[in-house]
Write a new protein. Sequence first.
Length: 169
Amino acid sequence: MLAAGLINGAGAPGGYDESSFLQALSGAQPSWTIPLRGETLTGGTAEGIILGGAMTLLEATVGTPWELDTDGAILLLEDRAMKPYQVDRVLMHLKHAGKLSKLRGIILGDFPECEPPVTDSPSVRDVCGRILSRWHSNGFWRAGGHTARPMLTVPLGVRARWSRTVKET
């Protein structure tokens, strides 16, 4: 992902977000802000360690010494080229493994190339909404990971905090 983002350039579709990249790279400030630019799923405040990455890779660690401890974490999940039923399977596996029950918040990626195989069947967003709404976690949709927009550099393993409201329509 890094090489593709750098090749496409700063601010370009499929490129990288220059501000978040330079902040992460320099480490010059003890704290900094990343504008997630996603859609807010639920309002509120979330604070915890950011963990996550590609859903399929994260799922593969369950039951191994590299399994993530997600208790009290903000979980970032993203992937590409998965069908909605595959996202459903991974999320249900994570749920049954106890990886979603004590989250403080969740950040979901764009999930490009993940269109439903049949018209009017559930989308990835539908699947995520159904499975993740049970935890009343604070959440963002389309905020990170593989995307046609410039990719954000989101540091993993650091304490993060967000506070925001949902705009009523």
